[in-house]
Design a protein around this ligand. Structure first.
Ligand code: AMP
Ligand code: TRP
Length: 357
């Protein structure tokens, strides 16, 4: 049976992004990703995924085992909803409910070259010194990520800066697939040869790289052993105030212009965070606080952070208290996701020559 072409158009705009359910959602996830997911929904069709298949590429201790995975999956869903994503208009679901992700990932494992995957810095960071002991899945992670995006033929992908290299690989995979199977794609009349779009990263934004509160040269991360390194979305007001009070700074007063932040990573990070939360820019923040001591700035930053994050945390706690309601949102999102991914995967099977009757 041959699949009907779903689109002869150059691609309709569609946004796709994902967050791993590995616990400790933090301010970097919010400013670099989730806050922007919510902004994009007013202009585009969006598909937002909780990438549980990606989470298990690391050891079970890292993602908390079955119970931890379920809790973290619902927590990311709650964060999406608390940040304002409308799950009636847009699709929110967890990756493992849509088998096409894993199926297309296998095809992409066969399209991507070892040399491409070998260059991925995130693999090197996550595998650490003991590379022999990393899972094969961790190495294949970027091909699954390409599948996530391309199984919806998504055109735009909002992510933090750390994902830039993975998106370049996604484009390379799309291009190689289009080339390798170009004749077949045209013969089937599926597209003018460009079956998959070259998805664009959306990395701009006020804080594409939020740094640790303990060390301004390291990114804020879910896996940092020090909880004081990050503001978690579920932190209450007291915790936020404490963490900002203890955040590392340097002895100089704040500069009055952004150039003065060069070589002062902690100061730069706090000013960037303030600007991102306020929706302004570092120059405006420094016009207000330049020349002053960190203590006054920190207490203003703490107020700002509490005003932005505490309501999200409270809403997340309210939502996660009813797991069945969240699971219903995910089930409905997964059904809508399958309705897009199913026909694309059917076409991919036909392009490659997998018989299916
Ligand atoms: P992850 O927690 O690795 O699944 O990341 C989810 C999203 O948050 C991705 O788009 C990341 O690029 C983004 N992200 C993670 N950490 C940071 C950070 N420190 N600053 C900005 N964005 C981040
Ligand atoms: N790799 C991303 C991260 O660590 C998560 C992710 C998986 C993703 N699949 C994706 C992001 C597809 C954007 C699009 O943050």
């Amino acid at each position: 049976m041959s699949a009907k072409p779903i689109s002869l158009q150059p691609f309709a705009p569609r946004v796709f992004s994902g967050v791993q359910p590995t616990g400790n959602l933090h301010l970097g996830n919010y400013l670099g990703a989730i806050k922007r997911f919510a902004e994009l929904q007013h202009r585009h069709d969006c598909v937002y995924c909780i990438v549980d298949l990606h989470a298990i590429t690391q050891a079970p201790e890292v993602w908390g085992g079955p119970e931890g995975l379920m809790r973290a999956t619902r927590e990311v869903a709650a964060a999406y909803i608390a940040a304002g994503i409308d799950t009636k208009k847009h699709i929110v679901f967890n990756q493992s409910q849509v088998a096409e992700h894993a199926e297309l990932a296998w095809v992409f494992n066969c399209v991507a070259r070892m040399g491409w995957a070998n260059r991925m810095t995130q693999f090197k960071e996550k595998a650490g010194k003991d590379r022999e002991n990393a899972s094969v899945g961790l190495f294949a992670y970027p091909m699954l990520m390409a599948a996530d995006i391309l199984v919806y033929r998504a055109t735009h992908v909002p992510v933090g800066e750390d994902q830039k290299q993975h998106l370049e690989l996604t484009r390379d995979i799309a291009q190689k697939f289009n080339n390798d199977f170009g004749d077949r794609i045209r013969a089937l009349g599926l597209a003018s040869g460009e079956y998959f779009p070259l998805a664009e990263p959306l990395i701009a934004g006020p804080a594409p790289r939020v740094m640790s509160l303990r060390d301004g040269t390291k990114k804020m991360s879910k896996s940092d052993p020090s909880d004081y390194s990050r503001l978690n979305l579920t932190d209450d007001a007291d915790a936020i105030v404490q963490k900002i009070r203890k955040a590392k700074t340097d002895p100089e007063p704040l500069p009055s212009e952004p150039e003065g932040l060069k070589g002062r990573p902690e100061a730069e990070n706090l000013v960037t965070i303030y600007a991102a939360l306020e929706g302004s820019d570092p120059a405006a923040v420094l016009r207000q606080f330049g020349g002053g001591q960190f203590s006054a700035f920190k207490s203003a930053l703490a107020d700002r952070a509490v005003a932005s994050l505490a309501p999200i945390g409270a809403e997340m706690r309210r939502l996660t208290a009813d797991p069945a309601a969240i699971d219903a949102v995910l089930a409905e999102g997964a059904a809508r996701a399958r309705a897009i991914a199913g026909p694309v995967m059917a076409e991919v099977r036909e392009i490659i020559g997998f018989i299916r009757s």
